[in-house]
Design a binder for this molecule. Structure first.
Ligand SMILES: *[C@@H]1O[C@H](CO)[C@@H](O)[C@H](O)[C@H]1NC(C)=O
Ligand SMILES: *[C@@H]1O[C@H](CO)[C@@H](O)[C@H](O)[C@H]1NC(C)=O
Ligand SMILES: *[C@@H]1O[C@H](CO)[C@@H](O)[C@H](O)[C@H]1NC(C)=O
Length: 410
């Protein structure tokens, strides 16, 4: 990829070669990485150093962690620079401007650093908004801004709709899609367009949305003050398949974004972080963490890298999960994944009552082979060979998840 980038930067010199080698950042898996929109959100106070506020230095520090081989192996290769990077005034030519105290090298500097580290840069912008502090709106400047953002080396824009109005939001998104096409830009687009529409009582047309956005968020944004109830509310939205949201994901390179992973932040515990990640993986969601990576506890790092969970997110078999409610507290999701394997996610939604799964694998839809080798990929517990018609007994602790991968024995 480094080679691709280097050659891409020669695009002015070797136009033909560039066209062949460049192209948009790959999204063969849902994007995974770090976002500034949690812990560091709009931290303007840089008096204790640029590594403690939303700045170029902070972004570099995060890039250095994500560039470690274990994170790249788990496909954590996106950096999302959230709101408050910009100055809310444009230069005399009407171009977007980054805050030059905190981003002396501009967004271009951040993008270059990310690319040098083998990462991609996503940048927060908004449409059809009144342009509140720190939220640069593309409204009225869309074509010019697409050119600017592309020339900065931004790989994806994260288009928020927080303060937007209807129908301006639709008009702006269509204009954005056109601008990217006609300018030949490689910009990827993540958006909260469906969430905006649902919030305003309008049923989203995902075909229309997927034409313009590569990654789309339908549910409320997760923040550092989100709790277990918020995770459950997103899970319910997907489980109920409200507005056919699950059909929206799954065309390769088009993904749902269920919101930030709360891993490493205030309100949840380790079991709950793992549960959230496991639900997100069942639905092939984008995964962004936003804790302070250089100082994260080992357990957060281990949770982020949990291979059995990470592998399922964006599994190439492209299956939608089935969902059933087993009892008052026990929710079950299941889906086939690659190699003929089957994944069963047991989630105890109660914060204080332990519940038990005591059913056969056949009861949750598994039938192809007579027996499977079953392993809980979250807690690393091996259940050995299990016949699909035999009852299994698995206890699930309060607000925690068990993810059983049933390995096909061909
Ligand atoms: C740029 O960021 C600095 C440091 O956070 C802040 O003091 C300043 O007001 C910002 N400048 C503008 C024009 O927003
Ligand atoms: C999903 O359905 C359940 C019951 O079927 C209901 O209690 C819950 O409120 C629904 N959630 C959403 C987000 O629609
Ligand atoms: C468990 O939590 C629920 C909801 O927070 C509460 O209503 C219930 O009383 C609690 N039960 C026990 C046994 O603590």
């Amino acid at each position: 990829m480094l080679v691709r980038r280097l050659l891409c930067s020669l695009v002015g010199l070797v136009l033909l070669l560039g066209v062949v080698l460049c192209g948009p950042a790959p999204l063969t898996r849902p994007p995974r990485g770090w976002s500034s929109r949690g812990v560091f959100d709009c931290t303007f106070d840089c008096s204790r150093g640029l590594d403690t506020c939303l700045s170029e230095v902070l972004m570099r520090n995060m890039a250095d962690v994500l560039a470690q081989p274990e994170f790249s192996k788990a496909d954590y290769n996106w950096l999302l620079l959230g709101n408050c990077w910009s100055d809310n005034i444009r230069d005399p030519h009407g171009n977007l401007l980054a805050n030059d105290t905190r981003f002396p090298g501009g967004i271009q500097g951040v993008a270059e650093y990310a690319h040098k580290k083998g990462l991609y840069l996503a940048l927060y912008v908004t449409v059809a908004a009144a342009g509140s502090p720190g939220m640069p709106t593309l409204h009225g400047h869309i074509m010019n801004d697409v050119r600017t953002l592309t020339s900065w080396g931004v790989d994806m824009i994260y288009v928020d709709t927080d303060m937007a109005t209807y129908p301006e939001v639709n008009i702006d998104f269509h204009e954005l899609g056109q601008a990217i096409k006609t300018s030949g830009s490689d910009l990827r687009v993540a958006c909260t367009w469906p969430q905006f529409l649902i919030h305003h009582g309008i049923k989203p047309n995902y075909d229309e949305i997927k034409n313009i956005c590569d990654v789309y968020q339908s549910t409320e944004t997760m923040t550092t003050s989100s709790g277990w109830d918020d995770v459950m509310s997103v899970a319910n939205y997907y489980a109920n398949d409200t507005h056919h949201v699950t059909q929206a994901s799954g065309t390769r390179e088009k993904w749902n974004d269920m919101g930030m992973l709360l891993m490493g932040e205030g309100n949840l515990n380790l079991k709950q972080w793992q549960a959230q990640m496991a639900i997100w993986a069942m639905y092939d969601s984008a995964m962004f963490v936003s804790c302070d990576l250089p100082s994260m506890p080992t357990e957060v790092k281990r949770a982020m890298l949990l291979p059995g969970v990470v592998d399922i997110d964006g599994d190439t078999l492209d299956q939608k999960p089935g969902h059933l409610v087993q009892n008052e507290h026990l929710h079950i999701w299941h889906r086939y994944v690659s190699y003929g394997d089957y994944v069963i996610l047991l989630l105890n939604t109660s914060p204080n009552v332990t519940t038990t799964f005591s059913e056969s694998l056949a009861h949750v839809g598994l039938s192809i082979y007579p027996a499977y080798h079953v392993r809980d990929v979250i807690n690393d517990v091996d259940y050995g060979q299990v016949y699909v018609t035999d009852a299994m007994r698995v206890s699930v602790w309060p607000s925690s998840a068990i993810m059983l991968r049933c390995f096909a024995q061909h």
